[in-house]
Design a protein around this ligand. Structure first.
Ligand code: ZN
Length: 310
């Protein structure tokens, strides 16, 4: 029932949209960006930050998933379609992370939209959340773990991918995009050095995580993800699974749980209490509209330090 009301809403919305869109397209010359800002949509805040750092004043960026929402289950409302229909570039993780993407892109009827799938061309790790599907269970993509942006080294590749998309859309400003990117790459390199230095002094390197968010970061800096609390994002573990995780933590001498700021931490807290583990609350997707990726990662590093450097 709920579903059919939703579809009805979609159809009505599409009708209105197609009417307003055709007007827009004739009023503006979409192929000419001179004096006009590139319209960029990004699925999550860190990608918006990348876009703003690279594009500066030349881009107008909006984020689809609001701060505090769990991206694995959050499905944007149809009114976000307007952003897709007007956007020049859409930046997403891909690999099934934005399970709603195809529907939105198709519905937006925007032929000139350039889609930048950041995981594209990156060799992806498997993980507990290889099947990144919504809790309702009706979407299933399984092309690997999508959380690549949380390795600063990989982030450097991602921003260059975005730079290439901006430059091909707007070649006149390619020089500006290059300059901004170079500056940002230096900062990412500095972030990488800070992580490396700080983590080398951690007394413990093992962790359990709420869901498999940190494997790329762990691989980069020699941390070890021993297990995940949620088999796929948003799915609470059973009492038996909680018991197993406590046993695993004991037998493998794991002292730390990484949790997600945007998810319920009930199961993690139960495991922490029974197994005497410490919790680090980490943020993978930005907690505020204007969260900078570099600040977010520094806060994550500090939260890890507090429980791993003792
Ligand atoms: Zn995730």
């Amino acid at each position: 029932m709920k579903r059919s009301i939703q579809s009805l809403f979609y159809i009505m919305f599409l009708f209105l949209l197609s009417a307003s869109c055709s007007e827009l397209k004739t009023a503006e010359h979409k192929s000419d960006y001179e004096g006009k800002r590139l319209k960029v949509c990004a699925s999550i805040i860190p990608f918006s930050d990348f876009a703003e750092r690279i594009g500066g004043d030349l881009v107008e960026v909006s984020t689809i998933i609001p701060p505090g929402a769990n991206p694995h289950v959050f499905e944007p409302s149809p009114d976000k379609l307007i952003r897709f229909s007007e956007a020049d570039v859409f930046i997403c993780a891909g690999a099934g992370f934005e399970f709603w993407k195809d529907k939105f892109v198709d519905s937006s009827a925007n032929d000139s939209l350039t889609i930048v799938e950041l995981t594209d061309g990156i060799s992806l790790l498997d993980g507990e959340d290889k099947k990144h599907k919504s809790v309702s269970g009706d979407v299933e993509h399984s092309s690997g773990n999508p959380h690549v942006w949380l390795s600063p080294a990989i982030a450097s590749e991602l921003v260059q991918k975005i730079e290439r998309a901006f430059s091909s859309k707007d070649p006149k400003n390619a020089g500006v995009y290059r300059k901004n990117t170079e500056k940002f790459l230096e900062e990412l390199d500095e972030l990488d050095k800070i992580c490396r230095r700080e983590i080398s002094s951690f007394k413990t390197k093992k962790f359990l995580s709420q869901h498999s968010v940190w494997p790329y970061f762990a691989r980069e800096y020699g941390l070890e993800e021993v297990g995940n609390i949620e088999k796929f994002p948003g799915k609470e573990p059973s009492p038996a699974e909680i018991k197993d995780l406590i046993e695993t933590a004991k037998s493998k001498d794991v002292k730390v749980i990484f949790t997600d700021a945007q998810f319920s931490r009930k199961a993690a807290e139960a495991i922490a209490e029974d197994g005497s583990l410490k919790i680090a609350v980490l943020d993978a997707i930005g907690s505020q509209e204007d969260t900078s990726y570099i600040d977010m990662m520094k806060r994550n590093l500090n939260a890890m330090s507090e429980v791993m450097k003792y």
